[in-house]
Design a protein around this ligand. Structure first.
Ligand SMILES: NC(=O)c1ccc[n+]([C@@H]2O[C@H](COP(=O)([O-])OP(=O)(O)OC[C@H]3O[C@@H](n4cnc5c(N)ncnc54)[C@H](OP(=O)(O)O)[C@@H]3O)[C@@H](O)[C@H]2O)c1
Length: 261
């Protein structure tokens, strides 16, 4: 299979390409990347990857085409991908709009994060009616190689995940920022607070991932425990932290739902 990524040297397209190349999941000779500048910056280590400013040539050469340009750049692309499986990683770009602008009917919308570069991207995907079983296997395989891929129940859920897991570190980064600022306000040296929270975020992430308990079970357990953390969780709850996270995701959803092409 030949894979082409339009916008493949950008932040997200490049992260996907580097992961697939770095793991050997896609051979150099089977990967095409396009951009307007023709620059191969960041891909010097893979001289056999085809980098072109001609996205139409990429589509002709490749069986699967990933769209990784910014939403507002899509209309100017002006390509016909009607005979190809088109996988979009784009926010704020509906399946209907993708079909209109590329002519494709086999379309899969996904929402990876730049953490794909390290094999840590969670990628939800949703397929159009014309997508075949082989196409489904292809998208699952590509994004499992970048972390975890998971089919979701509707296109609308891709918009929700755009704010939830599309950015890395996203809202977890915001929580880290809040913890650091509270510590600095308490007199902890900024460098120490930042080092502590960066390291602790890694430990916390690993703990959440490998735990047998869900975060909801852990929360209930801490509330029952009646200790130091209990007081912290209680105060966070009483002051509306749960609602604040919910409001943040609702606000992100409103932007994700809007067409920006
Ligand atoms: N970055 C994230 O965290 C993230 C997360 C989830 C989803 N996304 C989605 O991923 C997409 C790309 O975002 P990004 O952050 O990676 O943007 P980016 O870094 O600006 O990358 C966009 C790439 O597209 C290329 N490009 C623009 N117009 C083109 C055209 N007509 N033909 C070929 N290549 C073209 C640009 O290269 P030239 O300037 O050389 O043409 C650039 O390399 C967006 O739709 C975004 O919603 C991003």
């Amino acid at each position: 299979m030949k894979l082409g990524i339009i916008g493949g040297t950008g932040w997200l397209g490049g992260a996907i390409a580097k992961r697939l190349l770095g793991t050997g999941h896609v051979a150099q000779g089977d990967l095409w990347l396009s951009n307007r500048s023709g620059k191969r910056e960041g891909f010097e280590a893979w001289p056999d990857v085809m980098i072109t400013d001609d996205s139409a040539a990429l589509i002709t050469a490749c069986d699967v085409v990933v769209l990784a340009v910014r939403p507002e750049q899509l209309a100017a692309l002006g390509v016909d991908a009607s005979t190809r499986l088109v996988i979009s990683v784009m926010a704020s770009t509906s399946m209907a709009r993708l079909a209109e602008l590329t002519g494709a009917s086999r379309i899969i919308r996904t929402m990876p994060s730049p953490a794909t570069e390290h094999g840590e991207g969670f990628t939800p995907w949703f397929a159009s009616d014309d997508v075949t079983d082989d196409d489904r296997a292809t998208v699952q395989d590509l994004f499992d190689a970048c972390g975890i891929a998971e089919e979701v129940a509707s296109e609308a859920q891709i918009d929700w995940f755009t704010g939830l897991t599309g950015p890395a570190p996203g809202l977890f980064g915001y929580a880290a920022h809040a913890l650091i600022e509270a510590s600095v306000a308490h007199g902890i040296d900024r460098k120490v607070a930042e080092r502590a929270i960066r390291f602790h975020a890694m430990a916390a992430g690993n703990e959440i991932w490998r735990s047998d308990h869900s975060p909801a079970q852990d929360f209930a357990r801490i509330i029952d425990y009646g200790g130091v953390t209990t007081a912290g969780f209680q105060a966070a709850t009483d002051t509306g932290a749960m609602e604040a996270f919910s409001a943040a995701l609702d606000a992100a959803l409103e932007v994700a739902k809007k067409d920006r092409t």
